[in-house]
Design a protein around this ligand. Structure first.
Ligand code: HDE
Length: 484
């Protein structure tokens, strides 16, 4: 602040900010009080639409430092040498709740990372779970409808939630994960992050591998007791937000070790699970974790709206050496995110300070709302041209790869929805199994239609007979004969 003078948004000094201009002390108010009009009108426009999912979130700045040489797999510049540091920004979030909803709910957590690399921004927009509920983007709006408020009562609707899940058996793995201890993290610092989907790395020779990302919390994974979570949801709905802010403010910087699983391209055709099915994980025995680097969060946002609310991430924000895979969910997200940002923040959202790359943006895009930079000045504004405008970088064309198949709307041909949730249940300690069963019984009790409960019990039973039987008993029902 230079001279601390109060001004209007057009920079003129404000004479009086406490009293509207009126005829006499009792009014009426004069419409010529343009400071009053501007102040009220801007106030009406302070909110941008909240994110349609992941509305409640918390963000932090930090850096990523490479600790392992993986240049044989990827030419990505920010991974090009051990010790290289890249500034980054992360936004954690819940999924279903509105902007003012509670942090400590049972819900996946968004784990969206923006790396400001020297070759443009790279966004890794994942969750704190390695899998997801569905595996085709076309089902996402319906799925989210069941997670949001019933259009008639404006209340959450467990019958809709379990009706959708029981009719979408591919959701069983993520439902089991969500209903387990990791469904409510103790803090945002004590949870892992995952890219969830399979991506593709390409090295400087154009050789590719499939890759899955794992951010392993160096402070360990800790989960929240359901009773404490319910208490905090009422007493301090911003508990996770506050914890992250205070930890960083106090210099207690949380960090994660980024690791990857690497799969040779040809394995995708023979692996026992479809590696592009985001409801499935790859066994760590088959594809062990390989360290990449460390992410440290060491700076809080200066301004929540400017940095966290306006941050825009997309799985389509890619850099050379990193591509997508055929994963149908990932493919759908490539449209959805920038479309959401154009609607929510504006056509030039990537020019906002929090989203702007650190390297120079040089292209022929012009104009659009809120174009507050020089809009390319007088430089050439089309291509091809004879005026030395920016030209393509052929060595960074996306690596070609073969695709095949008949164009049709076709469902997956890999439909084992039970092995992996059953393995997950059997991996749990007895205590966690008991808590998971109790969480599911508690969540399913309010479902109004018994047929939905029985349908869902069959899925849990197919994953593991003990799992399904304990849930049925908890609900006072019997496992349907036909599934035994
Ligand atoms: Fe999202 N998702 N998503 N999602 N998602 C959004 O983008 C979408 C999915 C995730 O902190 C939206 O700006 C579709 C999987 C995070 O700003 C939207 C599908 C995963 C965030 C959107 C998915 C995610 C979002 C909402 C099915 C984990 C918050 C507003 C194909 C791997 C990012 C917005 C932030 C946000 C669409 C599924 C993670 C609407 C269509 C799977 C972390 O664009």
């Amino acid at each position: 602040m230079t001279n601390n003078k109060l001004t209007t948004s057009w920079g003129a000094p404000v004479g009086d900010n406490q009293n509207s201009m009126t005829a006499g002390s009792r009014g009426p108010t004069l419409i010529q009080d343009v400071h009053l009009l501007e102040k009220l009108a801007h106030f009406n426009r302070e909110r941008v639409p909240e994110r349609v999912v992941h509305a409640k979130g918390a963000g932090a700045h930090g850096y990523f430092e490479v600790t392992n040489d993986l240049t044989k797999y990827t030419k990505a510049d920010f991974l090009s040498e051990i010790g290289k540091r890249t500034p980054m920004f992360i936004r954690f979030s819940t999924v279903a709740g509105e902007l003012g909803s509670a942090d400590t709910v049972r819900d996946p957590r968004g784990f969206a990372v923006k790396f400001y690399t020297e070759e443009g921004n790279y966004d890794l927009v994942g969750n704190n779970t390695p899998i997801f509920f569905i595996r085709d983007a076309i089902k996402f709006p319906d799925f989210i409808h069941t997670q949001k408020r019933d259009p008639k009562t404006h209340l959450k609707n467990p019958t809709a939630v379990w009706d959708f899940w029981s009719l979408s058996p591919e959701s069983l793995h993520q439902v089991t994960y969500l209903m387990g201890d990791r469904g409510i993290p103790a803090t945002l610092r004590h949870m892992n992050g995952y890219g969830s989907h399979t991506f593709k790395w390409t090295n400087k020779d154009g050789d590719g591998v499939w890759v899955k990302y794992h951010f392993i919390a160096d402070q360990g994974v800790k989960n929240m007791d359901v009773n404490l979570a319910a208490k905090l949801a009422g007493e301090n709905p911003d508990y996770h937000t506050e914890d992250l802010f205070n930890a960083i403010e106090e210099g207690n910087f949380p960090s994660w070790t980024l690791k990857v699983q690497i799969m040779p391209l040809e394995d995708a055709n023979t692996y026992r699970f479809d590696p592009f099915d985001v409801t499935k994980v790859w066994s760590h025995k088959d594809y062990p974790l390989i360290e990449v680097g460390k992410m440290v969060l060491d700076r809080n946002p200066e301004n929540y709206f400017a940095e966290v609310e306006q941050a825009t991430f997309s799985p389509g924000t890619l850099v050379p050496g990193i591509d997508v895979s055929p994963d149908k969910m990932l493919q759908g997200r490539l449209f959805a995110y920038h479309d959401a940002h154009r609607y929510r923040v504006g056509a030039n959202h990537q020019a906002l300070p929090i989203n702007r790359p650190k390297n120079e943006v040089s292209n022929y895009q012009r104009d659009g709302q809120m174009r507050f930079d020089n809009n390319g000045g007088g430089s050439v504004y089309y291509e091809p041209n004879s005026f030395s405008g920016p030209t393509e970088v052929p060595e960074h064309k996306q690596a070609a790869y073969a695709v095949s198949g008949i164009a049709e709307s076709v469902s997956y041909d890999h439909n084992d929805h039970y092995t992996q949730p059953g393995d997950l249940y059997r991996l749990m300690s007895e205590d966690e199994r008991a808590r998971t069963v109790a969480n599911i019984v508690g969540a399913m009790k309010p479902v109004e239609i018994e047929e939905i409960k029985l349908r869902q019990i069959q899925h849990f039973y197919k994953a593991d007979p003990e799992f399904g039987t304990r849930i049925a008993e908890g609900l006072g029902l019997k496992v349907p004969q036909e599934v035994k």
